[in-house]
Design a protein around this ligand. Structure first.
Ligand code: MN
Length: 130
């Protein structure tokens, strides 16, 4: 039973990179916007959500707000993955409900360990780690 992870990211290259880094360790669900992301979260109950902040339409703050508001998605850890490295943005997304924050550009050598640092042990144990 492997970890189910939902990636909400509008940039093709970032989606490719994240999926590439995770595909042998997790089961991946992809959404390119907030509407699809929330829909998939409700339908598939992923274990974790990786959330971009800058998205067309609903942004990451709004998406986190919706996910937290809904009792069926409230318990899913949200890890923000964003190039918004401005002062205050980390605080803002954490306040919106994220449990962790990883800055872009994605560091392929460290991404998995960064992600793991924000996950409870029971979820880490569901990953197919070497
Ligand atoms: Mn984006």
């Amino acid at each position: 039973m492997s970890l189910r992870i939902l990636i909400i990211e509008d940039n093709e290259q970032n989606m490719y990179m994240l999926s590439y880094l995770l595909e042998d360790k997790c089961q991946i669900l992809q959404a390119y916007n907030g509407t699809d992301g929330i829909h998939l979260a409700l339908e598939k109950s992923p274990d974790v959500i990786l959330l971009d902040i800058q998205l067309p339409g609903m942004d990451g703050y709004a998406i986190a707000g919706e996910l937290i508001k809904n009792p069926s998605t409230r318990g899913i850890p949200i890890i923000a993955v964003t190039s918004y490295a401005m002062v205050g943005d980390k605080e803002r997304i954490m306040k919106a409900g994220a449990t962790g924050y990883i800055e872009k550009p994605i560091d392929p050598d460290n991404f998995i360990s960064q992600m793991i640092s924000f996950l409870p042990e029971n979820l880490v144990n569901k990953m197919n780690l070497p």
